[in-house]
Design a protein around this ligand. Structure first.
Ligand code: PMP
Length: 332
């Protein structure tokens, strides 16, 4: 439905249907036509609203979730905010296991949004009982009438984007899209969107964005998890040190890796050039567009849609802080 027509019953009716805007300046020296799908227009300010709502509503349909029941997930990022929002509106309890690397401020906001937050040590292996993965699993097991979202290993993550993001891009571009450029974390966005678009037109190129320090690109190329690829990096929500089953690697044509510094500077340039105040991975995606262009991926007729995953407001203490940028050596 048209969200601006009449009155919506709840904020959850505003999930999805995000606008696409032509980029005016940031890609003007590249061959092709570039358009951005702005996921910050979701009520929770990120694409994660789509998967959170889809997974919760799927559980409701299966009779696994009734008001008063509990939603459990391991995240301090966007999925946590989306789940906390949905839990508030629908009357569920929301329990999040987060790492102690998460900022105090994020944890405070999640608590204010009604979530119960368990802070777990980041520097233990994933299978350690204290890790946030094991903590979430234990809470799920011990809590009757609870569901575990498990976004990295949940096929419904792909399905959410297959049913929404993909069809929206196809309709909004009237089938003119030739390339999409999409960040890969869990892989849900790129896999679901790419799968739908390729079913409409198999010539559409699905271009992935990964982080330097993550294993995703190499796995796509070799089919093997190469632990030598793993290194610390700053971009949150991009890439991973494991292989998520929520990524359908067959849908992706190629990946490009981006560095922390370039992604941060490009996110800041996105405000100056386009007035778009978006998150760190949005900078990564535009940086990847520049790298793809330098490799000759596009020509003057290319119709390129990039997905900008979230809003800039969650990064005011990081890429939008000059002090932080200087500490990292990204600014003089
Ligand atoms: N950008 C941000 C800010 C995210 O939080 C995520 C989710 N991890 C992504 C991009 C990647 O999206 P996906 O998980 O669908 O691959």
């Amino acid at each position: 439905m048209d969200r601006n027509k009449g009155i919506n019953n709840s904020i959850l009716e505003l999930v999805g249907q995000t606008p696409i805007v032509k980029l005016q300046r940031i890609t003007s020296d590249l061959p092709g036509n570039f358009f951005a799908k702005i996921e910050a227009f979701n009520p929770g300010h990120s694409a994660k609203d789509r998967i959170a709502l889809h997974i919760v509503e799927n559980a409701e349909k299966k009779g696994l979730l009734k008001p008063g029941d509990t939603i459990v997930e391991t995240t301090s990022g966007n999925t946590g905010f989306s789940l906390a929002m949905i839990a508030m509106v629908k009357g569920y309890k929301c329990i999040l296991a987060v790492s102690d690397k998460s900022s105090e401020n994020k944890i405070e906001v999640l608590k204010t949004m009604g979530a119960e937050v368990h802070v777990c040590p980041a520097n233990v292996p994933a299978d350690d009982p204290r890790s946030y993965y094991e903590t979430a699993k234990r809470i799920h097991k011990e809590t009757p009438k609870s569901i575990y979202i498990n976004q990295y290993f949940n096929e419904l993550n792909i399905e959410a984007h297959y049913h929404t993001t993909g069809p929206e891009i196809w309709a909004q571009t009237e089938g003119k899209v030739t390339h999409v450029v999409i960040a890969s974390g869990t892989g849900g966005t790129i896999s679901g969107t790419g799968r739908y678009l390729k079913e409409q037109n198999p010539n559409i190129q699905v271009l992935g964005v990964d982080a330097i320090g993550s294993v995703i690109k190499k796995f796509h190329e070799t089919g093997e998890l190469d632990t030598k690829e793993i290194a610390p990096y700053k971009i949150e929500g991009l890439g991973k040190n494991l292989i998520p089953t929520a990524t359908d690697f067959d849908v992706v044509d190629v990946y490009e890796k981006v560095a922390d510094k370039e992604a941060a500077l490009t996110a800041r340039q996105l405000i100056k050039d386009e007035g778009l105040f978006c998150g760190y991975t949005s900078g990564a995606v535009i940086q990847a567009v520049k790298q793809y262009a330098a490799k000759g991926t596009f020509d003057k007729d290319s119709f390129v849609v990039v997905v900008l995953p979230d809003h800039g407001i969650r990064y005011t203490d990081k890429i939008y802080s000059d002090a932080w940028m200087k500490e990292q050596g990204f600014l003089n």
